[in-house]
Write a protein that binds this ligand. Structure first.
Ligand code: 1HE
Length: 268
């Protein structure tokens, strides 16, 4: 039974459902360069906790204005003068939001422009696909700010670029952008035009897959990465047992058999 996801209950996020099941989620504090304050994190928890049960077939995650996201709201953090215990709780809410994204089973395509820095990179790295335009750049300025990553970068960014590059980014403020960022794995697509348009196109493609198949792709693979090879192989067999025998797949298999389904061809 699908649950209701009412766009009107979000303030810091703009939520635009499309008829094809793609939902566009936009960080909507461009005057603050979409810095992540605690209210925005709570809205991300709300959206990504509910989306898997609300017939959301794919998400485009975008940022309003010239920058995707400037990371932790440094002004809120300064003014709150938090205790270690308080900030640990803040980080746990970030993890709740980003884990719901990565493990929720709904494809999330990030459309990136301008600064994708600090916590903004932690957010982007929880998406399943990242698309950059020519203005996008990645950095971890925590080192310069007297801070440390708290939103999962030690797991996800290290996973994307490797431990040594992440340490370099934090120690020296090194910035990656353009084709180099793609080659390192920070993004999978770079476009000369709008990263949003490309992300929407990819989300629409993903939304054509069966939801249970997407659930496995956007949940099981991440879980299996955390397992031993032996346990991952076992889990893969169990997931494939469920997904590959789903009723809705039969029509797609029949279309292959009767030659009406598209064949896999090389790019032109
Ligand atoms: C902010 C933030 C923010 C901008 N928190 N308010 N992240 C950083 O270290 C990145 C900090 N931000 C920047 O380096 C720059 O702002 C940008 C490169 C992103 C954009 O530059 P620019 O010239 O377009 O904007 P600006 O003039 O610097 O900022 C415009 C406004 O946004 C200004 O507010 P205003 O009220 O004075 O107009 C800025 O204060 C505000 N703003 N970034 C709060 N981050 C879980 S741990 C995660 C740890 C981290 O993420 S550390 C990395 C933090």
């Amino acid at each position: 039974m699908p649950v209701t996801l009412d766009p009107a209950r979000f303030t810091n996020l703009r939520i635009d459902p499309h008829d094809d099941g793609v939902w566009v989620v936009t960080l909507n504090r461009p005057h603050k360069r979409n810095a992540l304050d605690i209210d925005t994190i709570e809205e991300l928890v709300d959206f990504f906790s509910t989306a898997p049960r609300a017939d959301v077939r794919a998400v485009v995650l975008a940022g309003a204005g010239d920058h995707f996201c400037a990371g932790l709201d440094l002004i809120e953090h300064h003014d709150a003068d938090r205790s270690p215990a308080d900030f640990m709780q803040v980080c746990l809410r970030w993890h709740e939001a980003f884990n719901k994204m990565e493990y929720g089973g709904v494809p999330v395509i990030a459309a990136l422009q301008g600064a994708v820095v600090g916590g903004g990179l932690e957010l982007a790295s929880a998406a399943h696909i990242r698309v950059i335009d020519n203005s996008a750049y990645f950095a971890l300025p925590e080192g310069q700010r007297g801070l440390f990553t708290g939103g999962g970068a030690t797991i996800r960014v290290a996973d994307l670029v490797g431990k040594a590059r992440m340490i370099d980014m934090m120690l020296t403020g090194r910035v990656y952008q353009g084709q180099e960022a793609v080659e390192l794995g920070l993004a999978q697509y770079r476009v000369d035009g709008s990263s949003f348009d490309k992300a929407l196109e990819l989300a629409q493609q993903a939304a054509c897959n069966l939801p249970l198949t997407n659930f496995a792709i956007c949940s099981a693979i991440s879980h299996m990465q955390n397992m031993s090879a032996l346990d991952a192989a076992y889990a893969e067999a169990v997931v494939a047992g469920v997904v590959n025998t789903q009723h809705d797949a039969r029509a797609r298999l029949a279309a292959f058999a009767d030659k009406s389904a598209a064949r896999v061809r090389p790019n032109k």
